[in-house]
Design a protein around this ligand. Structure first.
Ligand SMILES: NC(=O)C1=CN([C@@H]2O[C@H](COP(=O)(O)OP(=O)(O)OC[C@H]3O[C@@H](n4cnc5c(N)ncnc54)[C@H](OP(=O)(O)O)[C@@H]3O)[C@@H](O)[C@H]2O)C=CC1
Ligand SMILES: CCCCC/C=C\CC(=O)/C=C/C=C/C=C/[C@@H](O)CCCC(=O)O
Length: 362
């Protein structure tokens, strides 16, 4: 009999998650039956989607959602022999009993010198998200200029590197100088700290005076409003995430009516006016993107990585090939590197990265 440790959502998050929102409990697992396996967590991931998804998919007391790399330590399923590694969506738990239907084996022949934790990062869901956003949504082409925000994150760092591999010019924004240096090491062409620049608008313009063909959107909110005027004609925007909004307790956009007034609430500054055209020159409630979408003939598309599930295996192999080329030095100078990780020692430490805002695998 195995006793598993599991982190539950003690109470729904209000604003930024805090330690008291989580509760660590023990659960006694059943003996695995025919067709089942017993898993032991090796790496757990903390991802931004947990914040909004917990609100809609979870009730208080549920085990925190999430993926993990796990090792099979007992097996009654020949497809998953003892000692093999799998990716499981069983949440923040140390052990779990399940059947193979819910498991994805890590790529066969995973090289020894590539950390298995990357199956939750550059060679996992975040890497796939980067690849699909660039290829399927942006349809990015050689020679184009790409902007990506949250650029040092699990998704953003892979976005920039794949775009470099494809021969694009890459501009990235990040929130610390250390991240800025890291992104320069990865081969990004222009990087700046969006928290310390005097003007985001000017920094974006200096980084790409002719504008952006593609915008990989991870942040949302005001950032996005500032980028729109700098998109080039026929530009494409892949709306991957809006992390700046996930902890909001009141909406950032002013498009919600209040029951009291029935009118639009919290007016915003008019961000669509231009001195040249006078178009929409009065302050707006917004942001409104329509004018830019129409006159620049932009395409903006939200997406979820799972849409291309049928391509996951071949896409993971492509990501691994880029990664291996980097390790062996046989690939292009900008072949893929994994993002840096913060390591914690035990399952008991899981909420720490949520509190500190760092991404952690354990
Ligand atoms: N559509 C899909 O299928 C998927 C979407 N996503 C989305 O992709 C985005 C990136 O995810 P991922 O790379 O895993 O995240 P990470 O946890 O690796 O990185 C997140 C980074 O976002 C930045 N950030 C956090 N809060 C804010 C804020 N208020 N304003 C601006 N930047 C902020 C921080 O970097 P900094 O210090 O630079 O500000 C932070 O380190 C998220 O929006 C996520 O929801 C992820 C996976 C799948
Ligand atoms: C203002 C609210 C916006 C809500 C958008 C929320 C999140 C976007 C996002 O980050 C989505 C991520 C989805 C990740 C899903 C992961 C798991 O289901 C595993 C998927 C497995 C796979 O497809 O490979």
């Amino acid at each position: 009999m195995v006793v598993s440790k599991a982190w539950t959502l003690h109470q729904h998050f209000q604003g930024f998650p805090k330690a008291s929102d989580f509760h660590l409990r023990e659960e006694t697992l059943p003996q695995p039956r025919d067709g089942q396996v017993l898993l032991e967590a090796v790496f757990l991931s903390v991802d931004p989607y947990m914040r909004p998804y917990s609100q809609t998919m979870m009730k208080e007391g549920d085990v925190m959602i999430g993926s993990q790399v796990a090792k099979v330590i007992q097996s009654y399923n020949p497809s998953f022999p003892v000692g093999c590694h799998v990716v499981s969506d069983c949440g923040w738990r140390s052990h779990w009993v399940c059947d193979g239907a819910e498991l994805t084996p890590v790529l066969p022949d995973w090289p020894q010198d590539i950390p298995l934790s990357l199956a939750l990062g550059a060679i996992g869901m975040p890497g796939l998200t980067a690849l699909y956003g660039l290829e399927e949504v942006c349809e990015i082409k050689k020679g184009e200029t790409l902007l990506v925000n949250a650029a040092a994150g699990a998704v953003g760092s892979v976005v920039g590197q794949i775009a470099k591999i494809k021969g694009c010019r890459v501009v990235g924004c990040a929130g610390t100088d250390t991240k800025v240096s890291y992104l320069k090491q990865l081969g990004f062409d222009q990087v700046f700290n969006y928290k310390t620049v005097t003007s985001l608008e000017e920094s974006l313009r200096e980084a790409a005076p002719h504008g952006y063909d593609c915008y990989f959107e991870n942040v949302g909110g005001k950032f996005s409003s500032v980028v729109m005027p700098q998109m080039r004609e026929y530009g494409r925007i892949a709306v991957c995430g809006s992390i700046s909004m996930y902890n909001d307790t009141t909406p950032q956009t002013g498009i919600l009516s209040t029951p009291q007034t029935g009118k639009l609430s919290t007016p915003q500054t008019g961000i669509l006016s231009t001195p040249q055209t006078g178009l929409l020159s009065t302050p707006q409630t917004g942001p409104y993107v329509h004018t830019y979408m129409i006159f620049k003939q932009l395409r903006m598309e939200g997406f979820l990585c799972a849409r291309w599930k049928h391509k996951h295996q071949q896409s993971l192999r492509r990501l691994m090939a880029w990664m291996t080329e980097h390790i062996t030095g046989t690939g292009p100078t900008t072949s893929l590197r994994g993002p840096h990780l913060v390591i914690t020692a035990t399952v008991s430490g899981m909420p720490d990265p949520v509190k500190t805002g760092t991404r952690t695998h354990t």
